[in-house]
Design a protein around this ligand. Sequence first.
Ligand code: ZN
Length: 491
Amino acid sequence: MPNLRFVGGIAWMAVTIAGCGAAITPSSAKTPMPSEPTLINYVDPSVVQGLSTQTLFSGEAGNLHAHAAYPIVTDAPLLTKKLHGIVREGFDGFTRRNGLADALPKPEFNVDWQLAAASPEVLGIRLRIGHSKESGWHEARTTVWYDRVKRRALDSSDLLTGRPALVTLAGIVKSELALRRPLVNPNALRPDREMFDSLGFNPRGGLVVEFDDEQVGLGVAGRVAVAVPSATAAPLLSEIGLRAQRTAVAAKKVPAPTSREEIEAASTDKPPARSSKAGSVDCAKLRCVALTYNDGPGPETARLLDILRAHGARATFFTLGSNASTRPDLLRRIRDEGHLVANHTWSHRDLTMLTPTEIADQLTRAQHAIAPIIGQAPTLVRPPYAGVDTQVASIASRLNMAVVRWNVDPDDQQDRPPRAIADRTVTRVEPGAIVLMHDSHPAAVDAVPEILRRLSAAGYTFVTVPELYGSRGMVPGRIYDSGGVSTALDR
Ligand code: ZN
């Protein structure tokens, strides 16, 4: 059971190289792991049977940039309902504040998640809900617990025995926060369930209380968290709280890579990803089209692969690192069936709004998740929202990836009949087209049989993106919008 070690939701290895823009500043890439008690060992989600990633929405266009993903577990519908409600509420608040404005840069909303604990008895899911503000990026953290024995979805405060335990815990946390003045304001702390909505455990069983940005501190304080030692926390914990604690302590630790060099090597010591059928088609002579799928793998991906296989069609899958690590089986199937696996970043942030280290972190974390699964390192990246500037292109170049956008967008995330999606696709495609689609969206997958049928009838062959360019190849850092064109942004 490999574990990923995270600080504040960013992998510890990422903090080591990136600092994640918060108040955690590494002194060097070789700094050893600090014995920081608020660190939580997050669990590899692929160990949970029936777990997949649900994408609530992901717009590559529109006046807002929004992407939200959370896990679904087949036998836990109440967990799905609770996570959906929390994400939806966060998004509704965001659209109320930003929805009508045509602001630039576009306001961004992003949800990703980690598994705080997993056993046959209990699951802990930590949501990280971020949005852009004028003052910068703001993150809220909520950890939802699921009792797999009694099939109940719980708030974090349900890990405590009741109201008196919450008041006691708040007192302990408040005296700890008082030591961190003036960055933190302990008087902002209240013993209410909303404020204590993100509880987890460190590997020693200590209770980790996390707050949202600016909830008890100034923005510069970054993530504020307090760890209450196991022996102090135990009398406050309910039966499910004790179970959650035991699960977190039992989670097996796997050493994380210690340096940026090791992280980059882990994704670049693999051969470059290519389709097993590359070279079987000559797009200089045939009418070729590249269907590309963003945001998977997810619950619809297997069905899409069945459809493509039935038609002998191939495609390029721009996968999210966070989803890839959830469904390694699907990633291998994509590779085995002659498609191409490519990089769509770790968690779907607008890269043009990030610092260089954060951009590199988004790209390398995805490579690091994908490469060991398929035994190949992706050579293509599609930046979310097509967000690419000279900085993004330059970092992609250093990481040996060409940047792929698209020239046909059939708007497949609209809940319109699949027929309409197929119509828009077929009428807009020309030889050499790169078509933007989403295997996270059921209607988009419903439209595929008709798209394949009609384009086949028009003489098209379905290839992966690099095949459009044939022997010319694709150059890392250059931007590709269709088979005819590539651009280099001025450096
Ligand atoms: Zn996307």
